[in-house]
Design a protein around this ligand. Sequence first.
Ligand code: CA2
Length: 142
Amino acid sequence: MKILVINGPNINMLGIREPDVYGRETYQDLLALIYKTAEENGLDVECFQSNHEGAIVDKIQEAYGIFDAIIINPAAYTHTSIAILDALKAVSLPAVEVHISDVDSREDFRQISYAGMACEKRIAGQGIDGYRQALLYLKSRL
Ligand code: CA2
């Protein structure tokens, strides 16, 4: 099973600031957790991070016919990007939305998730462990 993990803007800066919100783990720690979980569960995973909305749309489109599912944390684009929502709908792959922080208990502007409208499951507020949970969910679901 091939799973594409997409992270949006500033996720590559994890662990550098705001540890109370996003934890102390770095993006490299996140990658290590994802690849370890994948190896332990026989999953074939590719990770992609970009600060650019169009690059994320391109990557979602490229997943069509190649990947079986997508895990996506669009970061700030979660709350703004209809383009990412449309791309997820276009490829129509099973998708899981992950947020490191508990977005529901944060600012009003974080309360809407466009990408989430094309995702069958949402995991938020679990720190980077949310990505591990998303991988295990997709393994059991597919
Ligand atoms: O909780 C999440 O995973 C978010 O998607 C993270 C985004 C935020 O805009 C979303 O509302 C929720 C932020 C990504 C990382 O931002 C950093 C900020 C300071 C230091 C390091 C990373």
